[in-house]
Write a protein that binds this ligand. Structure first.
Ligand SMILES: Cc1cc2nc3c(=O)[nH]c(=O)nc-3n(C[C@H](O)[C@H](O)[C@H](O)COP(=O)(O)OP(=O)(O)OC[C@H]3O[C@@H](n4cnc5c(N)ncnc54)[C@H](O)[C@@H]3O)c2cc1C
Length: 449
């Protein structure tokens, strides 16, 4: 019986599911897995993307925790592939690698004014409110009127976090600096803009319903934004999600909410054409009204509107980053791959190298979707047994020696549990489940403690 020594890079849901599934898969060889992440903490975007007021989703962390707590997957946090370990190292120690490095950056939006002061990428704001260890403590929340560009769940998260009464976040895991930052915000109006109509939004029904019913916030939709063409009618008839979302928006249209001091406006058929500025600062957003073309797509109408806003958040999608020494498709932001097998320029699979999750198929889809991804990828790993690498230093302690030689301060599972306990203890003393720690040095210190 042979053995697969597998390295997995990225301890987000994709990396954890892939590790778990290969251990449970039918196979005639043993598997031992080392799971690396550049951050001291596991769970990827479940910890650093999902909004703090989504504790139900954060419950997924519980399931991921249980996988890692079993003890048959070794966790190495604070180890960055491409810096602390290289492809050559992996070949020396393992039979194969799965890259599950996800996405952390915003997709670009090319409109004039995008570089003005007050124009932000959603991912940067998400990283701030989710206390990512690589971002600063302060965030400029000085705008009364704010535009959020995009019609996906991230746009809703960002809009909700901007408009929500900060005291309603006190039961979540946000640290003090995030609470204080949000409390100082003078915001009164958040406007969300989508290019297309109610039947074309990319939200999830649950997210939309939640965003439209925030305590202390009046949600507003506009009569002129309710247009449907043949493509829309087809989508409403054939897709349950679309039907539910259109109904949710139509309900709001028919039953306007009571006025409140804060407002969330949803605008459809509004394509951003320019972020307007004065003295280098955002003062408005110019949009072109669009209209349906019969197929559910839209064209410009030549009618322009300007909204006075003092900041603009671009939530037009995330985008994957290139992974050192691994072929990358810069147009789509994914590792070049065929169903999880990493391929070279000629389209030929590169032995021993695989990918899964958002870095495999792009930053769309929910946490659950990364499971299907993982099943496909690990199927290929198992099938390709004859082309795995033949490592020269496969011993389980030998990778530890390599990390030690490099002075890499890795965080293993035991150390992570110390951080986890500290976060829970901090939460307990404030009547909350957890308060997130964010300072990398502090995290490392606690892990040694
Ligand atoms: C703002 C936001 C909100 C979301 N909210 C929800 C929600 O409410 N519900 C839901 O189901 N889904 C939600 N999602 C989607 C969900 O987060 C993704 O589907 C899922 O996290 C993708 O998993 P992944 O493992 O591929 O990537 P990630 O979760 O991004 O994990 C990748 C991991 O790889 C690590 N990594 C990257 N580069 C390296 C390197 N060089 N070396 C070592 N490690 C590296 C990263 O640190 C990270 O931990 C949200 C996404 C975003 C962006």
């Amino acid at each position: 019986m042979s053995k697969l020594r597998l390295a997995v890079i990225g301890a987000g849901p994709a990396g954890i599911y892939a590790s778990d599934l290969i251990l449970k898969a039918e196979r005639d060889f043993e598997v031992s897995i080392d799971l690396f992440d550049r951050l001291p903490a596991p769970y990827g975007l479940v910890r650093y993307g999902v909004a703090p007021d989504h504790p139900r989703i954060k419950g997924i962390i519980r399931a991921l925790y249980e996988v890692l707590d079993r003890g048959d997957i070794r966790f190495f946090g604070n180890v960055r592939y491409g810096q602390d370990i290289t492809l050559e190292d992996l070949k020396e120690h393992y039979n194969a690698v799965i890259f599950a490095t996800g996405a952390i950056k915003d997709a670009p939006l090319v409109v004039p004014g995008v570089d003005l002061d007050g124009s932000y990428g959603a991912a940067d704001f998400v990283n701030w409110y989710d206390s990512h260890p690589d971002v600063g403590l302060s965030w400029p929340l000085d705008a009364k009127q704010i535009a959020v560009i995009g019609n996906g769940n991230v746009a809703l998260d960002v809009a909700r976090m901007l408009v929500k009464l900060p005291d309603d976040l006190l039961e979540t895991d946000i640290p003090d600096h995030v609470y204080k930052g949000l409390s100082a915000s003078p915001v009164t109006d958040v406007h969300v803009f989508g290019r297309r109509g109610p039947a074309q939004v990319k939200f999830s029904p649950l997210e939309l319903r939640e965003a439209l019913h925030v305590n202390g916030v009046q949600s507003i939709v506009y009569e002129e934004d309710f247009q449907y063409d043949e493509g829309s009618e087809e989508a409403i008839a054939s897709n349950n999600q679309v039907r539910v979302m259109v109904k949710t928006l139509e309900d709001l249209r028919q039953n306007p909410q009571e006025p409140q001091e804060r407002r969330l406006h949803l605008h459809f058929f509004s394509s951003p054409v320019e972020i307007l500025g004065e003295d280098g600062k955002v003062v408005g957003l110019k949009v072109e009204r669009t209209k349906l073309d019969g197929t559910g797509n839209v064209t410009g109408t030549g009618e322009f509107l300007e909204y006075p806003v003092q900041s603009v958040y671009r939530a037009v999608g995330y985008f994957g980053s290139a992974v050192d020494q691994i072929p990358f498709d810069a147009n789509t932001g994914v590792i070049s791959n065929a169903a999880g097998r990493v391929i070279d320029e000629a389209g030929k699979p590169i032995p021993g190298v695989y990918c899964t999750g958002w870095i495999k198929r792009g930053p769309v889809g929910l946490i659950g979707h990364t499971k299907a991804d993982a099943i496909e990828t690990i199927g290929h790993v198992i099938e390709d047994r004859s082309s795995w690498w033949q490592p020269t230093r496969p011993g389980e302690n030998q990778i530890l020696e390599t990390l030690k030689d490099r002075n890499v301060e890795y965080i293993d599972w035991e150390k992570w549990l110390k951080i986890d306990s500290r976060e829970k203890a901090l939460g307990e003393s404030a009547g909350r489940e957890r308060i997130k720690l964010f300072d990398r040095e502090e995290l490392l210190k606690i892990s040694k403690g």
